[in-house]
Design a protein around this ligand. Structure first.
Ligand SMILES: C[S@@+](CC[C@H](N)C(=O)[O-])C[C@H]1O[C@@H](n2cnc3c(N)ncnc32)[C@H](O)[C@@H]1O
Ligand SMILES: *[C@@H]1O[C@H](CO)[C@@H](O)[C@H](O)[C@H]1NC(C)=O
Ligand SMILES: *[C@@H]1O[C@H](CO)[C@@H](O)[C@H](O)[C@H]1NC(C)=O
Length: 312
C-alpha cells in the first residue's frame, strides 16, 4: 500500500513538474510548488497508512476548529429586514435629522467658517445625468413631500430637484445621504477641490453649492455611509415618496442600497436610480436592479440612463 502510494506520488510529481513548466512557471517557482505538493502528498499517505492501534493523535488546537453546522441565523445573509417603524409625518423629517445628526441646529448656520471659506469655490458643480428629464417627470407625477437621495456628490441632482420642487410650489424636503468622501483617487481627478489634513472639501463644497442655489431650506444632508444612514432612517421612521439611488455602483453596494431604501418608500412612492445602461455598470447596478425587481415582482422602466421601479 505504502509502496504504491509513493510510486504514484513520484509519477504525479513528474506530471505536475512538466505541466507547470508548460504553463511557463520559472524553475524556482515550480520547485517550490513541488516541495509543497510532496509535503502534502506525504501528509496524505501518512494519514492513509495510520494503523488503527496508533495512540490517539493530539491535534494542535488550530486543527480542532470545526466549522459549526449551518445555523438558522445564516439565512440572515440573504435577507433584508423589510419593515421599519411607523413613518413620522413629512413635516417632522427635517427637524428629526437636525436633532439626530446636528445636535438640534442647522448645519448651515455660520457656514462657511473663516478657515474654510478660502478653500471653497463660489460654486463648483459636476454631476452625471443629474438634470435628466426623469427628475422632472417623476417629481411632477409623485409630488413628493420627502425625497431621499442616496449619493449626492457636489449636489448637482439634489439642487436640480430643489429647483423643480420650488417651481412646482411643492413644500419638499430633500434628504441627501452621502459620506462625502467620493472615492479613493478623487483628489487627483478633481484637483481644484481642496484638501485639508487629508480631508477632501467635498461636504463643504456641496454645502456651498446649496447655499449658492438658495436651497438650504429644501436640502438637508446625512453625512454617513449609506448603510448606516438608511438603517437609522428605518429606526426613526423617516420615509420618502421619491428615492433616488446613485451611490456605489458595484453590485453589492447597489443591491444593499436598493434593499435598504425600498423599505423607506411610502405607498405610491417611486424608487429610481442612475446608471442602468453605462457599460461599466451593467454588471453592478443593472444586475442589482433586475434581481430586485424579480424578487419583488416589480417592473423595471428605463428612462435615459436611469432605471425606475414600478409596480407591475
Ligand atoms: C455618482 S456620485 C453621485 C452623483 C449625484 N447623484 C449627481 O447626480 O451629481 C456617487 C456618490 O456616492 C457616494 N458614495 C458612494 N458609496 C457610498 C457609501 N457607501 N456611503 C455613502 N456615500 C457613498 C460618493 O461619495 C459619491 O459622492
Ligand atoms: C448640543 O446642544 C446642547 C444644547 O444646546 C449644548 O449644551 C451642547 O454643548 C451641544 N453639543 C455639541 C457637541 O455641540
Ligand atoms: C438667491 O437669492 C438671492 C437673494 O435673494 C438672489 O439674488 C439670487 O439670484 C438667488 N439665486 C438663485 C440661484 O436663485
Amino acid at each position: 500500500m505504502k509502496h504504491i502510494m509513493i510510486t504514484e506520488s513520484a509519477a504525479a510529481t513528474r506530471r505536475i513538474t512538466s505541466a507547470l513548466h508548460n504553463r511557463g512557471f520559472t524553475k524556482p517557482a515550480a520547485y517550490l510548488l513541488i516541495l509543497l505538493l510532496s509535503y502534502y502528498l506525504g501528509y496524505l499517505s501518512a494519514i492513509l497508512k495510520t494503523p488503527s492501534y496508533d495512540p490517539p493523535y493530539n491535534h494542535p488546537t488550530t486543527a480542532t476548529i470545526v466549522n459549526p453546522p449551518p445555523q438558522t441565523t445564516d439565512v440572515d445573509h440573504y435577507q433584508f429586514q423589510t419593515h421599519c417603524v411607523d413613518p413620522i409625518p413629512p413635516q417632522l423629517v427635517r427637524q428629526t435629522i437636525l436633532n439626530q445628526i446636528f445636535n438640534g441646529s442647522s448645519p448651515y448656520n455660520d457656514f462657511p467658517q473663516p478657515h474654510i471659506k478660502p478653500l471653497l469655490r463660489r460654486k463648483r458643480i459636476k454631476g452625471w445625468g443629474s438634470t435628466g428629464l426623469v427628475f422632472k417627470k417623476l417629481i411632477e407625477k409623485v409630488k413628493p413631500k420627502t425625497i431621499i437621495e442616496i449619493g449626492t456628490f457636489l449636489g448637482a441632482s439634489a439642487i436640480h430637484m430643489a429647483e423643480l420642487t420650488q417651481q412646482l410650489g411643492l413644500q419638499t424636503q430633500i434628504l441627501c445621504i452621502d459620506d462625502f468622501r467620493g472615492w479613493p483617487g478623487l483628489p487627483s481627478q478633481f484637483r481644484d477641490i481642496k484638501m485639508l489634513n487629508g480631508n477632501i472639501m467635498l461636504l463643504y463644497q456641496f454645502m456651498q453649492n446649496v447655499v449658492q442655489a438658495n436651497a438650504t431650506e429644501t436640502v438637508i444632508f446625512f453625512p454617513f455611509s449609506t448603510g448606516s444612514a438608511l438603517e437609522k432612517l428605518c429606526e426613526w421612521g423617516v420615509f420618502a415618496d421619491l428615492i433616488e439611488v446613485d451611490a456605489g455602483h458595484d453590485f453589492h453596494s447597489a443591491w444593499s442600497d436598493i434593499n435598504r431604501a425600498y423599505k423607506l418608500l411610502r405607498p405610491g412612492g417611486v424608487i429610481f436610480g442612475h446608471d442602468y445602461f453605462t457599460g461599466a455598470d451593467s454588471r453592478g447596478v443593472r444586475r442589482a436592479v433586475n434581481m430586485f425587481a424579480r424578487v419583488k415582482g416589480l417592473r423595471v422602466k428605463v428612462d435615459g440612463q436611469h432605471w425606475v421601479l414600478d409596480s407591475l
